[in-house]
Design a protein. Structure first.
Length: 679
């Protein structure tokens, strides 16, 4: 005994048994005992608030509990942060039941019980404590297993067939519920949110049964609901009605009020046969009514289950991939103003007038505020408009050619259309050789056609992929530039090249800003001041292409060339300018060239020749000087070649071709194709 005492430490639990009537108690040491007497003296029972008092000298004890087989036995089960294993041991000794504890059972128990209770009630408290901690008891022969609740559902738990009258317990049982009228599948859906996650409910339609595994206290609650729902009536049927917008609980209250009012007005039993139950978890209404009433109620619910302005967010964001958000927003917003005619002849907007569309330039997205139906219409429209757009690469050449230059371009054209002049049609034509060659117009005779021409000098032509100039064929504008860049009778003004999107205007401007004196004067202090206005002088080319399905390109062209003519006699600050403008629309096939010409410029230049030194002698210097006036007439030509680009491969091909042309230019390799070459 002394050896055992030496091993005891403060806090160690010591079980003390009493020979008389097999009483026992469990105590903890307060201090380190020096001997057996001290060990007995230091023992107290903090686990039991009514504990045994022991004498260190006599060893006598005071009776704490009555015998456990007495029916009137009362116990106090006040526990404060006690290990659950100790609590199970306490109940085992109190009730005489044998427990097998799963190794996963752990935790601390806290019970507040100001009054004493019977042993039977203590066992119910014990089951409740286990249920709170996620454990259950399963009877197996003479022992009771304590296992986690999910495992208890598959063990040999008690199965009840009838609705037995017993007090509420937290013991896990299986209850078989026989339904008389209700559908077990629908009742299962209704009860699903009413049971715990570890519980189980099964529906067996052949016998109209429900199998519920849960605590008996919760099963008792479910059986009360079954008693209300599982009722009979003449032609009654059970329906489950899902709701999309309305809340189940609020709608049930509204429907109940409607049918109560109806019952009072008709003074019949019709209202009593209609029952509503709200299932908040799935937002559904469980309806029990006759077939006719069910149809009427469903129609009423369909009318009430509508979207309200705040039931769903009306603001949506659509991210564009190709189209411009600002441009598309302007187009879509106009749909709310345009009208459509319904089947009844009523004109209504395509979408609601309350629809609002805003463009976010930073993210290239559309912010749309609309209801569901309007948004679906807009979304389909956006998908059709938000597509990759084709591009057009345009080569251009702007040059002046001396009219004395043999610059015969092998391109002629003829056009014909309806007029109001008598009953005849009119035809216009032109060529770069100075003649109008109408040829034969298919299906028409000269008597049927009224012939007309453009003003003298104007010319228009369309080439195929080869340019025919003076009997020489050039493969493109680049080769034409190389051929005439050193010709003194040909002045190349500009060779702009630009890439633009279908139906988007491209602008090229090359020039300088010239100051114009607009006002001159003196101040009160006799100081002179001048006011200037700056104007652009140079070349401006604006082109808007439009691509058709067969790769034909419509080019809307605006060309303006402004250059200094001569200085005004009033001084060098007032230069005069010469402006030449072309504005037209042509249709040309992909990779073909259109040329516009005929803008004649008649310029004069004065040249002074003199003998150095002698020409500067006063009075007689004019003998050694001479003045020459030169007149030069030039014709302005504009060449344009569009290249349609519909995929990345085509733009890579153009890049490769241009790179090869640049390499050839650097090597001064100019290829010229004579007429008939390569045929």
């Amino acid at each position: 005994m002394s050896a055992i005492v030496k091993k005891l430490q403060p806090g160690d639990k010591v079980k003390v048994s009493f020979l008389r009537k097999n009483w026992y108690a469990v105590f903890s040491l307060d201090k380190q005992p020096a001997n057996e007497d001290d060990a007995i003296g230091y023992i107290f029972a903090p686990l039991l608030h009514s504990f045994t008092e022991l004498s260190a000298k006599t060893g006598k004890s005071k009776k704490l509990f009555k015998e456990k087989n007495e029916s009137e036995q009362l116990v106090s089960i006040d526990f404060n942060n006690v290990d659950i294993g100790v609590f199970i041991k306490f109940i085992s000794e109190l009730t005489g039941k044998n427990f097998v504890i799963d190794k996963r059972v752990n935790g601390a128990v806290n019970i507040i019980s100001p009054s004493k209770i019977s042993v039977e009630e203590a066992y119910k408290v014990f089951e409740s404590v286990l249920e709170v901690h996620g454990y259950s008891t399963v009877k197996s022969g003479k022992v009771i297993k304590i296992v986690p609740s999910p495992d208890a559902r598959s063990k040999n738990i008690e199965t009840m067939v009838k609705k037995e009258a017993r007090s509420l317990e937290d013991k896990v049982v299986t209850q078989l519920v026989h339904l008389r009228y209700a559908d077990p599948g629908e009742i299962k859906k209704l009860f699903a949110p009413l049971i715990s996650k570890s519980s189980l409910i099964l529906a067996y339609s052949p016998t109209n049964m429900l199998v519920i595994t849960d605590t008996y206290s919760n099963i008792t609650r479910l059986l009360k609901i079954v008693d209300v729902i599982d009722v009979t009536g003449t032609g009654l049927e059970l329906s489950v009605i899902p709701l999309e917008f309305a809340g189940a609980e609020k709608l049930v209250k509204l429907l109940s009020t409607v049918f109560q009012t109806r019952l009072k007005s008709k003074r019949g039993d019709l209202g009593k046969s209609v029952k509503f139950v709200a299932d908040e978890r799935t937002n559904r209404i469980v309806l029990l009514a006759s077939e006719d009433e069910t149809v009427k109620i469903k129609k009423l619910i369909d009318l009430l289950d509508k979207e309200t302005p705040r039931s769903e967010s009306k603001i949506r964001v659509y991210y564009l991939e190709n189209a411009s958000a600002e441009d598309l927003a302007e187009v879509l917003q106009s749909l709310s103003a345009k009208e459509k005619t319904t089947s009844k002849g009523i004109k209504r907007p395509v979408v609601s007038e309350q629809v609002m569309i805003t463009a976010d330039k930073a993210t290239n997205s559309l912010i749309i505020m609309a209801d569901k139906d309007d948004y679906n219409i807009l979304e389909k429209t956006i998908k059709k408009l938000d597509i990759p757009r084709s591009m057009v690469y345009i080569e251009s050449l702007i040059m002046e050619v001396n009219v004395t230059k043999d610059f015969d371009i092998g391109a002629e054209w003829v056009a014909m259309g309806e007029t109001d002049i008598g009953s005849k049609k009119s035809a216009f034509g032109g060529g770069f050789g100075g003649k109008n060659n109408y040829g034969d117009i298919h299906g028409m005779t000269p008597a049927d056609v009224r012939v007309g021409t453009f003003p003298a000098g104007f010319s228009l032509g369309i080439f195929s992929e080869l340019l025919d100039i003076g009997g020489i064929k050039f493969p493109g504008i680049s080769a034409l530039i190389q051929a005439y860049k050193k010709d003194k009778d040909v002045h190349i003004l500009s060779t702009p090249q630009i890439l633009t999107t279908d139906n988007e205007e491209a602008v090229i401007t090359v020039g300088k800003n010239i100051p114009y004196l607009t006002k001159s004067g003196t101040t009160t202090t006799t100081e002179t001041y001048n006011s200037y206005e700056y104007k652009d002088v140079g070349i401006t080319l604006k082109i808007t292409p439009q691509i058709s399905k067969d790769r034909m390109v419509s080019l809307k062209i605006f060309q303006e060339i402004t250059k200094l003519d001569e200085l005004s006699k009033t001084g060098a600050t007032n230069p005069s300018t010469l402006k030449r403008t072309i504005e037209t629309t042509v249709i040309v096939k992909d990779k073909n060239t259109v040329v516009i010409g005929g803008l004649i410029d008649d310029s004069f230049s004065n040249t002074e020749y003199m003998i150095p030194c002698l020409g500067d002698i006063p009075l007689v210097g004019w003998l050694f000087r001479s003045l020459s006036e030169t007149r030069e007439k030039t014709n302005l030509f504009i060449f344009l070649t569009p290249h349609v680009i519909e995929d990345p491969y085509e733009i890579k091909k153009i890049f490769k071709e241009k790179k090869e042309q640049i390499d050839k230019m650097e090597a001064s390799e100019i290829k010229m194709y004579k007429k008939g070459a390569g045929e």
